[in-house]
Design a protein around this ligand. Structure first.
Ligand SMILES: O=P(O)(O)O[C@H]1O[C@H](CO)[C@@H](O)[C@H]1O
Ligand SMILES: [Mn+2]
Ligand SMILES: [Mn+2]
Length: 399
């Protein structure tokens, strides 16, 4: 074992430029970090990410404001996605050795009436909307109707998701979760095979003040085969989940999990894990980048959130020990400067840092996110499924 503890942070949706296959997704020209840098006109200030080598990842089109370092203290590169989709589940499962090869159910014209009927029968409530919509706009447009009638707002997006928005004043949280669990049970297999059922609770008395709460829950499909998390857990290592990681893996392969209320809270929980004596993986997802700024196409807010993360990262870096390894990456893009409101098919950044080797170098372009999980397994001497290639040897200083 080289590292006793591996901290992996997924900065949800922070892509680093259109992937090779972006055209297949109609995402040519998408560039989450680049367009945020442009919107901030060179004032995107990310000193810690920059020190680790964020500005070294691509030389052709620098991210405005982020400077390449002559001697970065971290290892840097980018990863390409192999999964057929560009949702969170595709990205996270692939990182842990299970790229999604079978396309998930996608319902751009709304869900079939037979499914809607089952939801109505089970809940005793009617279903409204049933089409692709932005989650903040759908509650603004239909929230007052929901307050009056108690109907369920069911909507989707460019991803394989069925989302249910519910004002907790008329549909209590426990009931919303129960309905989502029921819908999850109905949609695992074909003809549905929906990636995630997402509970979207919100509060407020009128269209102008409806606000979503942090009680969102994602009910993902159970992983189709053992993931690297399962392998780590089986080998007796700790797998500590922070944020929606537990939901994305349906709790499988996780030894303890905590939900979070924000990016800041996610970083607090991650820093709290540095105080724990564990051997294995601490795995964090920071979803605000995606949910609050990417889908909302808000480059200003996205940049602010990145700078706040960078400050929290400074605190985390100060806590790391010589036998700790930190890896930062993303699960897909969500370019706030791009058309539409959906995820974008992009490369994701890969940064790795250990206080025991501050002479960072390039990790190149990894051909699959699975290289990340393969590296973690390699570190702990656990055999994987061959989906990825470990880059552990590059991180370890020759003695
Ligand atoms: O518009 P909101 O409700 O934030 O939903 C977004 O969040 C989902 C999950 O990331 C995406 O598929 C997209 O629909
Ligand atoms: Mn995501
Ligand atoms: Mn999203």
């Amino acid at each position: 074992m080289q590292f006793k503890r591996v901290f992996t942070i997924v900065i949800d949706s922070v892509g680093i430029g259109a992937a090779q296959d972006a055209a297949t997704f109609d995402d040519e020209g998408a560039d989450t970090l680049g367009h945020i840098g442009q919107a901030w006109q060179g004032k995107l200030h990310l000193p810690n990410l920059q020190r680790l080598g964020l500005g070294n990842i691509r030389s052709m089109q620098p991210i405005p404001g982020v400077v390449a370092q002559a001697e970065p203290s971290g290892f840097y590169g980018k990863m390409q996605e192999q999964s057929v989709g560009k949702d969170s589940m595709d990205g996270h499962w692939e990182m842990m050795g299970v790229p999604v090869k079978e396309p998930l159910g996608f319902f751009p014209n709304g869900f079939p009436q037979a499914l809607i009927d089952q939801i109505e029968d089970f809940s005793g409530r009617s279903v409204i909307v049933n089409k692709p919509y932005s989650g903040t706009e759908v509650i603004r447009d239909y929230g007052e109707e929901q307050l009056k009638t108690g109907a369920l707002i069911v909507y989707t997006s460019g991803d394989s998701v069925l989302q249910i928005a519910a004002n907790t004043a008329v549909i209590p949280l426990a009931e919303l979760y129960r309905i989502c669990e029921y819908v999850r049970s109905l949609t695992i297999d074909q003809p549905y095979r929906i990636g995630r059922i997402i509970a979207r609770p919100y509060e407020g008395k009128q269209a102008t003040d409806f606000k979503r709460t942090s009680d969102r829950r994602d009910y993902a499909l159970p992983p189709t085969s053992a993931t690297d998390l399962d392998r780590l857990k089986q080998a007796g290592y700790d797998v500590l989940a922070v944020g929606k990681i537990n939901d994305i893996f349906s709790g499988q392969g996780i030894t303890s999990g905590v939900h979070t209320t924000s990016n800041t809270n996610g970083m607090e929980e991650t820093i709290a894990n540095t105080e724990r004596d564990f051997t294995g993986l601490s795995f964090t997802n920071l979803v605000d980048f995606d949910a609050m700024y990417g889908h909302r196409r808000d480059p200003k807010g996205y940049g602010e959130a990145l700078m706040a993360f960078d400050r929290d990262l400074g605190n985390l870096l100060g806590q790391l020990k010589g036998d700790d390894l930190l890896m930062i990456t993303a699960d897909h893009g969500n370019d706030p400067g791009f058309k539409g409101t959906d995820h974008t098919r992009e490369y994701v950044p890969l940064l790795a840092y250990t206080p025991s080797n501050e002479e960072g170098q390039s990790l190149g372009t990894r051909s699959t996110y699975a290289d990340l999980g393969a590296t973690i397994l390699d570190n702990f001497g656990v055999t994987g499924n061959g989906a990825g290639q470990s880059f552990l040897a590059t991180l370890v200083k020759e003695k």
